[in-house]
Design a protein around this ligand. Structure first.
Ligand code: ATP
Ligand code: MG
Ligand code: MG
Ligand code: MG
Length: 469
């Protein structure tokens, strides 16, 4: 069986042998892009290379990139524990050509690596192409011998990539693996595509245009390639599993969670173990890259992730801080590939322990209030916004934690009411300050806080021009 560590190494080595520079993952906090919360794809660190603003000493690169998708345009937080294929933190393996090789060779590399080096059966693979891209289907037939029935034309934005409102863009072609007809779900483009039978493993982006003001698009003189493959999804296939959470790395974390809580890994707490495993990984990697829990911006996204995991640990019966005890299981699995988590281990353990200690008593009381209020609602009811706000304000329950808790009962939160309660509280606070006759500096302080406070919601709603494939 190939371990995740072997698969990563084999991938990078294939592209190294084919003239690519092996480049380290960039940190999760993007250095050059304030509009992007976290690195969420392999191309992020190369954005300026693709646009030509920056030159590197190579024209081909390959990476295993740390990615977090828990906010902004790509938010997979709510998928965790519910689909077989989504994580908040995952590794994206990729190969990049900066004006060097293009479509045909990118397809050739992907196909060779998958079917020859990794030995995947050809008849389990199918691909999508953008409906207006006439070249990609030709190459798929030529290189892979795929019949038309396995080259699916998609006309939505899923198969057309853009770096932002303007700039490089182009069609994509995605490779899917069919896990078999015993799993519900239909092929991409069909009404049942949301199932987990056909799993997208690799996205090949063909950057071939430069977009200007709306409606203007010119061909790039030297088109580029950007690809991304999810290591966990690929490992599932190679390890004979359907589900990412059954692969070596995540399974080790689930077993650690099972041992620490005394709850069966695959019993009634299966989802909770998955959430704990995933969020522990995201939390550890974020802290190792310098993000600490806080009430704003990136730190608040981290806090939200950790608190969700803490609620699940609590549900499984943990009455003492739990997450920090699982860190060694993670460093054992991933410390060799990412030494930063070894270096940060002590800090991560201590931060988790403190964060969970502080949240525990609030959590218990907040869950009591939530149970009481939820009991007053009928089936599939909606929790009033002011209750969700009280949970947020008094008990430190991020909105999404309350939503996650209610989701299991088929209930939801009145989010408009929540936002209104939040605004009202800010106005009250402002009025109280104004009434106290304090100097103008305080008013300024509130203006500033309001402005900064907005970042708290980045994780829910900001639609920024995020570069990701
Ligand atoms: P999906 O449609 O399954 O959500 P995506 O189209 O959003 O995936 P891309 O942006 O194309 O994903 O990213 C490239 C690859 O990264 C995907 O083909 C997949 O293998 C992997 N990937 C994307 N999101 C996740 C995630 N949340 N967890 C694990 N792997 C992921
Ligand atoms: Mg997605
Ligand atoms: Mg997709
Ligand atoms: Mg995709």
């Amino acid at each position: 069986m190939s371990s995740s560590n072997d698969i990563r190494a084999t991938f990078l080595d294939y592209f190294r042998r084919n003239g690519h520079e092996v480049v380290e993952s960039s940190p999760l906090v993007p250095r050059n892009d304030p509009t992007l919360m976290f690195a969420n794809s392999g191309m992020v660190q190369f954005k300026n290379v693709f646009t030509g603003q920056e030159k590197r000493g190579y024209q081909r690169a390959t990476t295993a990139q740390k990615c977090v998708r828990a906010g902004g345009k790509h938010n997979d937080l709510d998928n965790v524990g519910y689909t077989a294929r989504h994580h908040t933190f995952f590794e994206m393996l990729g190969n990049f050509s900066f004006g060097d090789y293009f479509k045909e060779q990118a397809i050739e590399h992907a196909w060779t690596l998958l079917t020859r080096d990794f030995g995947l059966p050809k008849d389990k693979l199918l691909v999508t192409v953008y409906s207006e891209d006439e070249e990609a289907p030709v190459y798929w037939k030529k290189v892979a011998g795929l019949p038309d029935s396995r080259i699916i034309r998609i006309s939505t934005s899923d198969n057309f990539w853009r770096m932002g409102d303007t700039g490089p863009c182009g069609p994509c072609s995605e490779i899917f693996y069919d896990h078999g007809d015993h799993i519900p779900g239909g092929p991409p483009g069909s009404p049942e595509e949301d199932g987990d039978r056909f799993i997208e493993i690799w996205n090949l982006v063909f950057m071939q245009y430069e977009e200007g003001p709306p409606g203007t698009r010119v061909p790039l003189p030297r088109p580029s390639i950007d690809t991304g493959m999810g290591l966990e999804r690929f490992a599932a296939i190679l390890q004979g599993k359907h589900d990412n959470y059954d692969t070596d790395t995540l399974r080790a974390l689930i077993l650690a969670s099972a041992e620490a809580t005394g709850q069966e890994p695959d019993g009634q707490w299966k989802t909770s173990h998955r959430v704990v495993a995933d969020h522990l990984r995201a939390g550890t990697f974020l802290m190792a890259d310098g993000v600490l829990p806080s009430n704003e911006g990136r730190g608040y996204v981290l806090r939200r992730i950790l608190r969700r995991a803490m609620r699940h640990a609590h549900m499984m019966g943990a009455r003492e801080p739990l997450l920090h005890r699982l860190v060694p299981a993670l460093t054992r699995q991933m410390g060799a590939a990412y030494p930063e988590i070894l270096r940060a281990e002590a800090l991560v353990v201590e931060t988790l322990r403190l964060e969970e200690t502080r949240f525990r008593s609030l959590l218990e009381r907040g869950l009591g209030l939530l149970a009481e209020e939820s009991g007053k609602l009928g089936d599939k009811g909606t929790l009033p916004g002011d209750v969700a706000f009280k949970l947020y304000d008094t008990y430190g329950f991020p909105l999404d934690l309350t939503q996650d808790a209610l989701r299991g009962e088929g209930k939801s939160v009145d989010t408009k009411g929540f936002a209104a309660a939040m605004t009202e509280q800010k106005q009250r606070a402002r009025a109280a300050w104004a009434g106290s006759g304090e100097a103008a500096t305080e008013t300024q302080w509130f203006d500033l806080k309001e402005k900064l406070g907005a970042t708290e919601f980045l994780g829910y709603s900001t639609e920024s021009a995020e570069g990701s494939i």
